[in-house]
Each structure stands twice: as structure tokens, then as C-alpha cells.
Design a protein around this ligand. Structure first.
Ligand SMILES: [Zn+2]
Length: 95
């Protein structure tokens, strides 16, 4: 953790400070929001991987050629891991 610029007055304040020591603008709310976006992006990527995995599994079961290096089951698994990881990360940072 380091110093971040206050969104209001650009004064350097601790990223963990609840508000700017100079002007009182909320700081913690900003960092929590930014952190939340990171974990939401991770969950979004996980959901996309799960969707891709499902599409891959459906096309594989309908007889289309599936190569071993793009196994849809692995995509599903990776998507699930990313989604769970994003959820746990978001919970951990908000707790
Ligand atoms: Zn400020």
C-alpha cells in the first residue's frame, strides 16, 4: 500500500485513509470501488470462459471436431476457478 492522490485536491494521502486529511474527501470508498471492479472483471472473465466452455462442449457432443489443446472442459474449469476466485477476492477485500 502507498500514497494515492486525493480525487478532490490531489493531496497525497494514504490509500487506507478513510478520507483526505486536507479536504475531507472520501478515499476508502474510492479504493474499495476500484478493488471491486478488479474482482468483478475477474468474475466476468470467468463467466465468459464458462460460456465458451459450454458452447465448446455442445459443439463437441454434436459431432464437431474438438482438438485436445482447446478442451472445452478445461475452459469450464478455468472459468469456474476465476469466478470463485473473483467472489472470494471481492468478499475478502470488503470484509
Ligand atoms: Zn483532498
Amino acid at each position: 500500500m502507498g500514497l494515492i492522490a486525493c480525487p478532490e485536491c490531489k493531496h497525497q494521502v494514504s490509500a487506507k485513509a478513510p478520507s483526505c486529511v486536507k479536504c475531507g474527501a472520501p478515499i476508502a470508498a474510492q479504493t474499495i470501488e476500484a478493488t471491486g471492479k478488479k474482482w468483478k472483471m475477474m468474475q466476468l472473465c470467468g463467466a465468459a470462459l464458462i460460456a465458451l466452455g459450454f458452447v465448446g462442449l455442445c459443439s463437441a457432443s454434436s459431432g464437431a471436431a474438438s482438438s485436445a489443446d482447446a478442451n472445452p472442459a478445461w475452459m469450464l474449469l478455468a472459468g469456474l476457478v476465476l469466478t470463485v476466485w473473483g467472489r472470494v477476492g471481492a468478499w475478502w477485500n470488503h470484509a
